[in-house]
Design a protein around this ligand. Structure first.
Ligand code: HEM
Length: 388
């Protein structure tokens, strides 16, 4: 069984037997939909400031955290969120369609003469990073560095970063990334252009320019929060449709089904399977007493497979009402990039279906290789065979 399937079996077991579990490395682990929805709604009891709480002070981490709204509580959270929301207005995102189509077409042109390739390398990895670098106004030639920094930020989604990893990999990468963004910020403050970096660089909070740390957090998050996640959506859509030929045939016949099919892909294969919170006071979750200052791990991937919310939850059903899935979080931290991720997913899948009459995962080339699904549900490698 692939590790990702073991994770889903474990979700089923925990939902059925122990929907709230204490004592593991993830603190209080919560699986049921209703309990998790309550945790995400109650930001007073369940704080997002886990990085500050659980890590030793570290200059680079603390500097990044100043502007990392995912790990910031109100009232500061609202102010940081306003800065990014000005960039990700629904209108701004809708205007990106043409750019995304252009990038997708260029990437697929590069493998046009091949009948097998790695979908991660060819499309799923470069598409979101190219689009966001373009939106921010950063040169795509810097992509090799973006890869390193993206991995470092990926390590931060665990509440605690192991000391040696922080010292030897994450810290130096955050330092390099911070200096890079600050160089661009200073440049845009002196020579503003028509790009998002210029708008972020010149944004203010309560009339004050953002501090260096806030700038690094806000730009770093904008750059990387949507990378592995959108890459995952593109890949898992292809994997699930390969496994469900009847659903694929329906979509090919009626492309209006694509948006809901992608929501169902996300429900079943949420790129972030879990979130992290910390209790600010003694509380109760699903009848269990939980002390103050406890790490709480809401497994949103399990909540999306809770039969009390989604009947027959392990069945892939592209017609399902997926409303209320927790893939993008819920409440004040709801993902700011959701419209962009959805748009990229739609364009990528539609263009793959336009270009190829058949796309299948290629077991002869080794099949799918996954990242650690407890961290992120995302293929590292996805060999496909295609026919026109
Ligand atoms: C399928 C793709 C994506 C998934 C599954 C996803 C998932 C999430 C989740 C679960 C959260 C909430 C975290 C929490 O409550 O602790 C979040 C927040 C966020 N996401 Fe996404 N995301 C995706 C794409 C993007 C993209 C494309 C961007 C931007 C380019 C983005 C930017 C953000 C930001 C800025 C936040 C912080 C919001 C806040 O704390 O107020 N995400 N995302």
């Amino acid at each position: 069984m692939q590790p990702v399937d073991s994770l889903f079996s474990w979700f089923r077991e925990m939902l059925d037997t122990k929907p709230v579990s204490h004592g593991g490395a993830h603190g209080v682990e919560v699986f049921g939909y209703a309990d998790i929805a309550r945790i995400l709604a109650d930001t007073k009891t369940f704080s997002s400031e886990t990085a500050r709480k659980f890590n030793e002070p570290h200059f680079e981490l603390d500097r990044f955290d100043e502007g990392n709204l995912v790990t910031t509580d109100p009232p500061r959270h609202r102010k940081l969120r306003t800065v990014i929301s000005q960039v990700f207005t629904p209108r701004a995102v809708a205007n990106l369609s043409e750019r995304i189509e252009r990038v997708t077409a260029t990437l697929l042109d590069q493998v046009a003469d091949r009948d097998s390739f790695d979908l991660v390398e060819a499309l799923a990895f470069p598409l979101p990073i190219t689009v966001i670098a373009d939106v921010l106004g950063l040169p795509i030639e810097d992509e090799p560095m973006f890869r390193v920094w993206g991995d470092a930020i990926g390590a931060l989604d665990a509440a605690t970063v192991p000391a040696d990893l922080l010292e030897n990999e994450v810290g130096p990468a955050l330092h390099e990334m911070g200096e890079y963004f600050l160089r661009h910020v200073r440049d845009r403050r002196e020579n503003p252009r028509d790009d998002v970096m210029s708008r972020l660089a010149n944004a203010t909070i309560d009339g004050e320019p953002l501090t260096d740390g806030e700038m690094i957090g806000v730009t770093g998050l904008t750059m990387f929060a949507g990378h592995a996640t959108t890459m995952s959506l593109i890949c898992t859509a292809v994997i699930l449709l390969d496994r469900h030929p009847e659903a694929l045939a329906e979509i090919r016949a009626d492309r209006e089904l694509v948006p809901n099919a992608l929501e169902e892909v996300l429900r079943m294969y949420p790129p972030f399977p879990r979130l992290v919170r910390v209790t600010t006071t003694e509380t109760e979750i699903g009848g269990h007493r939980v002390a103050a200052d406890q790490l709480v791990t809401p497994w949103i991937g399990a909540a999306n497979r809770d039969a009390a919310k989604f009947p027959d939850p392990d069945r892939f059903d592209i017609h399902r009402n997926t409303g209320g899935h927790l893939v993008f979080g819920q409440g004040i931290h709801f993902c700011l990039g959701a419209p962009l991720a959805r748009l990229e997913g739609r364009i990528a899948l539609n263009m793959l279906l336009d270009r190829y009459s058949k796309i299948s995962v290629d077991p002869a080339a080794g099949g799918v290789e996954w990242e650690n699904p407890h961290q992120i549900i995302c293929p590292r490698r996805l060999p496909v065979r295609v026919s026109r």
